[in-house]
Design a protein around this ligand. Structure first.
Ligand code: SAM
Length: 214
C-alpha cells in the first residue's frame, strides 16, 4: 500500500475514541470492552476499513476489531468511523506479530486476512500473514472450530498459503476457490475490500480459502 504522509496521523489516532490505545490491557476482556457477549472477529491488515465497516453494519450482533500496522492508513478508517460511528467496531494500530499479547486463548471467533502484503522474498516468508508462524499465533487466540478467511489476487502468495497448511493437524480446509467472483456458493456473502475492487476490475481472479481450527 502506498503511504502518503498524512501530517499528524499518529496524533489524530491518539485522540480517537474508536481506537483502543493500550490493547494489552483488554486482553481476555474484549467482550467487556464491547459491553455484550457477542462473538468477536478480527480483520488483520484492514487498510482503510471498507470491508470491516460493511460487515459491522450488516451484523450488529457480531463485534469486529480491525488491526492495521500504519497510522497513516488507519487514520482513513478513523475518519470514516467519525462520519458513521458503529458501536460494534474497535480499531487497533499494531503489528499483528504481537497479537497473542492482546487476545487470550479462545477469545476470537473468526479472522479475516484480505489482500495481505505478499513479501515476495523468501527470507521474508515469516512476515506473510498466512505463514505458518502467523497461523500458530492465530491458533492460540481462536476458539475451537474458529475460522480463518483469506483472500488475495496474488497467485504466488495463495499457493504459499496452501502449502503452509499441508498435512496440518490444526487446520482443516473447509472451502477453497481460485475464482471467487465466479464461484456461486462462495461469492454469495462476499464483501469486497478496497484492494479487491481495484484488482478484480483489472480482470484478476480472486483466490480464497476458509480454514477451520480443529
Ligand atoms: N485489507 C485491505 C484491502 O483488502 O483492501 C488492505 C490490503 S493492503 C495490501 C495490506 C494492509 O495490511 C496494509 O494496510 C498493511 O499496512 C497491513 N499490514 C501488513 N502487515 C501487517 C501486520 N503485520 N500487522 C498489521 N497490519 C499489517
Amino acid at each position: 500500500m502506498r503511504l502518503r504522509n498524512v501530517t499528524g496521523s499518529r496524533e489524530m489516532i491518539a485522540g480517537s475514541e474508536y481506537v483502543v490505545h493500550e490493547p494489552e490491557l483488554i486482553k481476555g476482556k474484549w467482550q467487556e470492552e464491547f459491553g455484550n457477549g457477542y462473538p468477536i472477529r478480527l480483520e488483520i491488515g484492514m487498510g482503510k476499513g471498507k470491508f470491516l465497516m460493511e460487515l459491522a453494519r450488516s451484523n450488529p450482533q457480531i463485534n469486529f476489531i480491525g488491526i492495521e500496522k500504519y497510522s497513516t492508513v488507519l487514520l482513513r478508517a478513523v475518519q470514516k468511523m467519525e462520519q458513521e460511528p458503529l458501536p460494534n467496531i474497535r480499531l487497533i494500530r499494531m503489528d499483528a506479530e504481537y497479537i497473542t499479547e492482546v487476545f487470550s486463548a479462545d477469545e476470537i471467533d473468526r479472522i479475516y486476512l484480505n489482500f495481505s502484503d505478499p513479501w515476495p522474498k523468501d527470507r521474508h516468508a515469516s512476515r506473510r500473514l498466512p505463514s505458518r508462524q502467523f497461523l500458530a499465533r492465530y491458533a492460540q487466540i481462536l476458539k475451537r472450530d474458529g475460522v480463518i478467511e483469506f483472500k488475495t489476487d496474488n497467485t504466488e502468495l495463495f499457493a504459499f498459503a496452501e502449502e503452509e497448511i499441508e498435512g496440518s493437524s490444526v487446520w482443516k480446509m473447509v472451502q477453497i476457490t481460485h475464482d471467487l467472483h465466479a464461484d456461486e456458493e462462495m461469492k454469495k456473502d462476499n464483501v469486497m475490500t478496497e484492494y479487491e475492487e481495484r484488482f478484480s476490475s483489472m480482470g484478476n481472479p480472486i483466490h480464497k480459502y476458509i480454514l477451520q481450527k480443529l
